[in-house]
Design a protein around this ligand. Structure first.
Ligand code: URA
Ligand code: CA
Length: 434
């Protein structure tokens, strides 16, 4: 086989065989296929697309390019959740203990990540003593015992994807549905998922800005999952404004605790119940979505979800008492209100722009080397559709520096007030399958 022939075949819109796709992925991973040929190949995919079979083959070839986590020693169906990313997305912190409390095994491998706030691992590190570097056996034992454990990324997972993603980034080939879908799915499968629930975000704060693109990506990932033997479902949810109120690491841990108590932001709770119901269903812990949702509501009401969170934290060395006293989380030195300059209805909170304001405070990493300040961030006081009077707080800034003039200016630019009444946007646009 010669790479040049395979580039030509894809360029002309013909379907590649399983063996041909394996040849490309293997050769690229070892370095036998140079970047310039792989770039041309990615561009051919960008223009000609991929068939269902090709997408499944590409996904599995990338899975096979590195380590695959073996979770077979954990009882039950291991369902993983993936979010395409947004601003102030606290769902993992809520969902992990929530579904574990109804018996779904959650063996979560999580990253730190770049962006407006840290990843799940960073957020958990705002709990004193919490250890994400547990060994594999401890991880498996904890999931069997408590139904939930979270570990930092280890091993050499999907090196082909890592290399290809970096190449796509500099060759204008990131925005290809088959490439995005296989990239995301390969990582979930390599991390050991038997079944997958996807939260595909749409709106200003999301990777997929338009609803049509989000639907297409969601459908593509669901098809890949089902074609490679992983039951997969997707929820398409709103990320035009941030989810919940808190944007920041310790602030989001507190918000997750509130939500597990049934006292959190309604949108965050609703999305967690929606995604959680699918997880419970795929894990075969309920026979219908309705029954799954009932079970989740029950463990919020009777305190078991919160108790599971506490046990999860203390089992990994963390101070579980933060659940009863969230003031034990890192606190910022300055709490500063940003007040509305006029009366009006909030019509827009541009998620990525307000996320940037949080990052400027130190809540997220601008580069891999940046350090996160776990205490800082923003808390929205109003969401789209709510009315605010001049002088009332719009946003609360938690900062470790007193000079927040630039951050304030960014916040004012991110939020629009109008005199006409505005409806809140829908939270969930669609589900696949519906
Ligand atoms: N996120 C990924 O993991 N892969 C992509 O290709 C795009 C976004
Ligand atoms: Ca939030």
């Amino acid at each position: 086989m010669r790479m040049v022939d395979l580039i030509e075949k894809k360029r002309d819109g013909r379907e590649l065989t399983t063996e041909e796709i394996q040849f490309v992925v293997k050769g690229f991973t070892t370095g036998d296929i140079p970047d310039y040929q792989m770039s041309a190949f990615a561009m051919a995919i960008y223009f000609k697309g991929m068939t269902e079979q090709e997408r499944a083959d590409l996904t599995m070839a990338m899975v096979d390019s590195g380590d695959v986590i073996d979770l077979s020693a954990i009882e039950g169906v291991k369902v993983d959740k993936h979010s395409t990313g947004g601003v102030g997305d606290t769902t993992t912190l809520v969902l992990a203990p929530l579904v574990a409390a109804v018996g779904v095994p959650v063996a979560k491998m999580s990253g730190r990540g770049l962006g407006h706030t840290g990843g799940t691992i960073d957020k958990l590190e705002s709990i004193a003593g919490f250890d994400v570097e547990i060994d594999k056996q401890t991880f498996i034992n904890l999931v069997n015992k408590n139904k939930v454990a979270v570990v930092g990324q280890t091993g050499n997972l999907t090196p082909a994807d890592k290399k290809l993603y970096a190449l796509r980034d500099v060759t204008a080939t990131v925005n290809s549905i088959p490439l995005i879908a296989s990239s995301i799915m390969s990582k979930k499968i390599a991390a050991g998922a038997d079944a997958i629930v996807l939260d595909v975000k749409t709106g200003a704060g999301a990777f997929m800005k338009s609803l049509d693109d989000a639907k297409e990506l969601a459908q593509a990932m669901v098809n890949i999952g089902n074609n490679v033997g992983r039951n997969t479902m997707a929820v398409i949810s709103d990320m035009s404004q941030p989810l919940g109120y808190a944007i920041g690491n310790a602030l989001e841990v507190k918000e997750a605790i509130d939500t597990l108590k049934g006292e959190g932001p309604k949108d965050l709770e609703e999305l967690c119940l929606t995604l959680g119901s699918y997880m419970v269903l795929l894990a075969e812990k309920a026979s219908s979505l309705q029954e799954a949702r009932q079970k989740l509501e029950e463990v919020i009401q009777n305190g078991q979800a919160l108790e599971t969170f506490k046990i999860f934290l203390s089992s990994q060395g963390g101070d579980g008492s933060v659940v009863d006293d969230p003031t034990k989380l890192p606190q910022a030195n300055y709490v500063i209100e940003v007040e509305a300059k006029q009366d009006g209805y909030v019509s827009e909170i541009v998620a990525d722009s307000i996320g940037t304001a949080a990052m400027w405070l130190g809540a997220g990493r601008a580069t891999k080397e940046s350090e996160i300040d776990l205490a800082v961030g923003l808390v929205l006081r109003k969401k789209i559709g709510e009315y605010v009077k001049a002088g009332e707080p719009l946003v609360t800034i938690h900062s470790n520096t007193e000079d927040v003039a630039k951050v304030k200016e960014k916040i004012y630019k991110s939020i629009t007030l109008t005199s006409e009444k505005v409806d809140a946007p829908p939270l969930v646009y669609d589900t696949i399958p519906n």
